[in-house]
Design a protein around this ligand. Structure first.
Ligand SMILES: NC(=O)c1ccc[n+]([C@@H]2O[C@H](COP(=O)([O-])OP(=O)(O)OC[C@H]3O[C@@H](n4cnc5c(N)ncnc54)[C@H](O)[C@@H]3O)[C@@H](O)[C@H]2O)c1
Length: 308
């Protein structure tokens, strides 16, 4: 049976990786991108992914890029929007999508923070709107949070999860459309405490990163936090929480230390300093180390036929 066509809106950082993973899984993919430069560079960017993963580049023949939305999504069963993070823009794209696809085509947004409920608010068929939050880079990180709005039908969630699973991804069902879904809530809870530790002079930023990478982070990919609690016992977790929880940071809103650094132009690797100082060479080394690590993990998963 032939696989359904996928539409991808936007061929930027996320869109090109999403297009790749569906093409590699055997789908025809139509991509809509407004920028002529990004349309022209798409084949080479896809080719770079195929080289990185050691995949047969023949799968890239299944990707067609368009300067108009209609041909990109014609006959698509699933469309994922990866356009800039602006509500009005996404609403207008979804209105265009509804006018150009079948009534049962799934319309998914890869938004990091804007609720799909708001993005699909003015559509006629809101039951087929779902969040599909991929992680960067989507062709190397398997998780996709599938976010059900109050109006999304369970059938649409199930179809989306099946499609992603068959494409080699690891979909999870988020039952309510809440800010940050699951992953970003957990990630930013950790960042909040990390920033407070540095701001309070307990340690420097490098030490925080070492503690995570060489400590509990070393096992996180095989042992989630609740699995780990089950492993050591919930009684121990409770004993620790009895002592610790009241001491954790509770600053309302973003921490002043973060605001201060942004106001000082300390934006991270792109400005040479954020929480830590970076030469361009050090920044490149981090990026390359991450890219290699994620690619090796992706190849290992693929050869073992698993998604985690
Ligand atoms: N970058 C990340 O780490 C990340 C992770 C998860 C989710 N997201 C989300 O994915 C979405 C895309 O992010 P990105 O980082 O790929 O951004 P990006 O800027 O790299 O890509 C957006 C693309 O959309 C194109 N575009 C602009 N207007 C358009 C329109 N009207 N129709 C079609 N395409 C249009 C742009 O030319 C650009 O290529 C955002 O909602 C973002 O929040 C990003």
């Amino acid at each position: 049976m032939s696989k359904e066509k996928i539409g991808v809106i936007g061929a930027g950082l996320m869109g090109h990786g999403i297009a790749y993973l569906f093409a590699a899984a055997g789908h025809e993919v139509g991509v809509f991108e407004l920028s002529a430069d990004l349309r022209a560079s798409l084949p080479q960017r896809l080719r770079t992914i195929a080289d990185l993963l050691g995949d047969d580049p023949a799968c890239l023949d299944r990707v067609r890029v368009h300067d108009q939305l209609a041909p990109a999504v014609r006959d698509a069963g699933f469309v994922v929007e990866a356009a800039p993070e602006k509500l009005a823009l996404k609403q207008s794209i979804f209105a265009d999508l509804e006018a150009n696809v079948a009534a049962d085509t799934i319309l998914a947004s890869n938004s990091s923070a804007i609720p799909s409920t708001d993005i699909g608010r003015h559509l006629k068929h809101r039951e087929r709107v779902v969040g599909a939050h991929f992680w960067n880079p989507p062709h190397l990180v398997p998780l996709v949070e599938v976010i059900q709005t109050a109006l999304t039908s369970l059938e649409i969630v199930t179809r989306t999860m099946n499609l992603l699973r068959e494409a080699g991804m690891k979909p999870v069902h988020v039952r309510k459309d809440i800010p940050g879904f699951i992953g970003n809530r957990l990630q930013h809870a950790l960042k909040r405490e990390a920033i407070a530790l540095v701001a309070d002079g307990i340690c420097d930023a490098e030490t925080v990163d070492d503690v995570v990478k060489s400590g509990f982070g070393a096992r996180l990919a095989v042992l989630g936090p609740l699995e780990q609690s089950d492993l050591v016992g919930l009684d121990l977790t409770l004993n620790i929480h009895d002592v610790l929880i009241e001491h954790l940071d509770r600053t309302a809103g973003p921490h002043p230390y973060l605001r201060e650094r942004v106001a000082q132009g300390k934006l991270g690797m792109k400005s040479g300093e954020g929480f830590r100082r970076w030469t361009p060479q050090q920044a490149d080394e981090v990026r390359e180390r991450l890219r290699r690590f994620l690619a090796d993990m992706a190849k290992a998963r693929k050869s073992a036929g698993r998604t985690t």
